[in-house]
Each structure stands twice: as structure tokens, then as C-alpha cells.
Design a protein around this ligand. Structure first.
Ligand code: F6P
Length: 335
């Protein structure tokens, strides 16, 4: 059997653990398997850029952030049928039986389109896909995406650093979090650090209320803002300063963006182990000849949910971006 591995979309810690697991499980469970890495994600699939991988290539990488294979975004791929067909044919012409993919919701959508082309044309390759994204916005009705816990770890560390200065200077900090349209990363980072307020993408913020909260606090206030919220941190700062001036409140306000720092660095243990577990299950399934599909789970050791790609790619049925009410109540109870 000949297989390839690709990392797509934004890098997320745990992608390397997935690569390592797929390479090692293939070569340990069936040593005759030929395992290839796709260089630079979707770009590498368009260009047919593959590199043979050995166990040695994956030594010591499980905990490392980023992806040793690289991942270039190819926005044109979404609508470019020629490019999509080129990928399906590249995989077929290189005799790949399976392609293992870890990536975000863009990668899942592209996998579904390419899988349909493969089926229509009767081509050889099957696609086994799992979720790698700090945004936790891929089929999150069924599990977590790899990298999400790592990004919360990084956020927690940064938020505790900010607490020190906020407290020392009696300041308000507005802290931006990545997450695209999903509020998950901002929300759980806020839960982990005990942030005073979290602004989610679709929140209707009552700024007068928020100022009441700030004015009741003795020292620090940290307000986390999810990337998907329509106002920038600077716009929020101006609104708050106007109310402060009117109500004669003296706190200083600063803002800071956690941004790309949330995405890099060492993977969380949970991401390493879940990524490794999913890689193992997916390889075993490939050896049994399963059809293309999407895999996700909550915990290592549990049977992953397996969905047909067209079902998984229908975000309206598989994914929620707003934080469910019971989690909001949980966060409020911790304040
Ligand atoms: O999807 C991961 C993510 O980090 C999002 O949170 C963010 O909106 C986006 O990628 C940034 O993308 P880029 O790395 O292309 O700037």
C-alpha cells in the first residue's frame, strides 16, 4: 500500500504528532507500506510535491508546534475546478491508495470536493481526514480539533502575564484572541484564566454594564475579545474611555493581541495523545480498506466518530460557532 500525509490550513500544535503517528503506525503495523509526506499542504498537492518519509524523519517531533511538512494556504482552490481535478489526478497518478489529512474547515470542504471528483472519475485514492485547528470550528458537535487545547495553554500563560501588569498598574486590558468566527478559543482561554469579561463574536455588549463591572474592581480587569467580534480592540477602548470620562472613572486602558502566539509552540499533552490515537485508528482503518471519511473524538482511547465526508463538510449540521448556553452559565458561575 502507498499512502501520503498532508497538513492543511493554519498550522496547529499536534499536527506533527499526527504525522508521526501515521508514519510509525504504517511502518510498524505493515512494514511494506510506502509513506510519503505532501510538502506545503494543498500547494504541494497541486504541484505534486511529495517526499518519502521514514520513522527517523519523525523522531522527536510529537510535541513540536507547526508542521514539519509545511502548509501553504491556496485560496483559489475553493472555486478552481481545474486545480481540484489536478489534485485528484496527481494522487491517482502517483498510485496513492490513501491520503491522510489534518486541517481546518477549509481543508475539510476541499477534501469533500476532491473526494467527489475521485468518485466521479473512478480514481484510486481515498481520503481520511481529521480536524487540526486552534479555532475548534470543525465538526465540533462531535469532538475537539487538534491544537485547540495547546492554544488554550498558550493563552492562559499570556493572560496570567498580563494579569501581573494589569494588577500592578490598576489597568484594564483588552486582549484579542484568534479563533476566526468561532468563540471557542477566546471563551475557554477566559474560563481557564478567570477573565473578568469575555466578548464573543455575536455578543451584544452593554458597555455601560461593562464599565460598572470595571469600576467595582479594585485592581486588574482583563477583557478578552474574540476575533469574530465586529469591533476592534481599539474601538472598544475608545467606547470605554468615553464612558470613563463621562462617569469620572480613572482606570487606564491598554490593548494587546495574543494572535499568532496562541498558534505556535509546544503541543498540549491532550493534543499529542489524541492526534496520535486518531492517526493510529485511521491507519488501521486504511489497512482494512475503509472508504473516505472524517474522524474526530473527545478523548484518547475512545472510538472516534466517523462521518462520510459530505456529511462532515455540511457545517450547518456538524458545527456550532456560538458557545452553547450551558457553557455560558458554567463560565458565569465561576466568576
Ligand atoms: O484558523 C487558524 C487561524 O489562526 C485563525 O484563528 C485566524 O483567523 C487565521 O488562522 C489567521 O490566518 P493566517 O495565518 O492566514 O493569517
Amino acid at each position: 500500500m502507498k499512502v501520503a500525509i498532508m497538513t492543511g490550513g493554519g498550522d496547529s500544535p499536534g499536527m506533527n504528532a499526527f504525522i508521526r503517528a501515521v508514519v510509525r503506525c504504517c511502518l510498524n503495523l505493515r512494514p511494506a507500506t510506502s509513506v510519503w509526506g505532501v510538502i506545503d499542504g494543498w500547494r504541494g498537492l497541486v504541484d505534486g510535491n511529495f517526499k518519502k518519509l521514514t520513522k527517523k524523519d519523525t523522531a522527536g517531533i510529537a510535541h513540536q508546534g507547526g508542521t514539519i511538512l509545511g502548509t501553504l494556504r491556496v485560496p483559489e482552490l475553493k472555486d478552481d475546478r481545474d486545480m481540484q481535478e489536478a489534485i485528484a489526478l496527481n494522487l491517482h497518478d502517483n498510485f496513492f491508495d490513501y491520503l491522510f489529512i489534518i486541517g481546518g474547515n477549509g481543508s475539510l470542504a476541499a477534501s469533500n470536493v476532491i473526494n467527489n471528483i475521485i468518485k466521479e472519475k473512478g480514481l484510486r485514492t481515498k481520503l481520511l481526514v481529521t480536524a487540526g485547528s486552534i479555532d475548534n470550528d470543525v465538526c465540533n458537535n462531535y469532538g475537539y480539533s487538534i491544537g485547540f487545547y495547546s492554544a488554550i495553554d498558550k493563552s492562559l500563560e499570556m493572560l496570567e502575564w498580563i494579569r501581573d501588569t494589569a494588577s500592578a498598574h490598576r489597568r484594564v486590558y483588552i486582549i484579542e484572541s484568534m479563533g476566526r468566527d468561532s468563540g471557542y478559543l477566546a471563551f475557554f482561554a477566559g474560563v481557564a484564566t478567570g477573565a473578568e469579561h469575555i466578548i464573543l463574536p455575536n455578543d451584544e455588549v452593554d458597555y455601560e454594564q461593562l464599565v460598572n463591572l470595571i469600576s467595582e474592581r479594585d485592581r486588574d480587569t482583563r477583557i478578552i475579545v474574540a476575533e469574530g467580534y465586529p469591533k476592534t480592540a481599539d474601538e472598544i477602548r475608545k467606547i470605554l474611555e468615553e464612558i470613563f470620562a463621562r462617569r469620572n472613572i480613572k482606570h487606564e486602558i491598554r490593548h494587546v493581541d495574543m494572535g499568532y502566539f496562541q498558534r505556535g509552540g509546544k503541543a498540549a499533552v491532550k493534543d499529542i495523545i489524541v492526534a496520535s490515537w486518531l492517526g493510529y485508528v485511521m491507519v488501521k482503518d486504511a489497512f482494512e480498506g475503509v472508504d473516505s471519511g472524517f474522524y474526530i473524538c473527545f478523548h484518547p482511547g475512545e472510538n472516534p466518530v466517523r462521518l462520510p465526508l459530505d456529511v462532515a463538510a455540511d457545517q450547518s449540521k456538524t458545527t456550532h460557532l456560538d458557545i452553547p448556553q450551558h457553557l455560558k452559565e458554567f463560565e458565569a458561575a465561576l466568576r
